[in-house]
Design a binder for this molecule. Sequence first.
Ligand code: CU
Length: 103
Amino acid sequence: MTENNTVETSESSSCCGSCGTSEASSDQATPAVREIFHVQGMTCGHCVTAVTTELSKVDGVKAVAVDLGTGQVTVDSDKQLPDADVSAAIDEAGYELTGRVAV
Ligand SMILES: [Cu+2]
């Protein structure tokens, strides 16, 4: 039998495989920076919402996760956040930034 010489149609068959795909890898990149802050005064879900809302407005912030039990607020952002911005946002929400947890 003739071995089949079909190594795919090496004409410009499908455009999906090889053309212009050099940029498709870094779209959903994970946030570059994750920082954990200590916030004092949060006691309930409303507090969590307030802090989350304010922090989300800070330039560069991608995600905010509050742990009510420990008072730790995890912030994912695409750049390093100035303490002043974080402090101002938490202050705006009505609470106090008491520290930054090393990650
Ligand atoms: Cu509350």
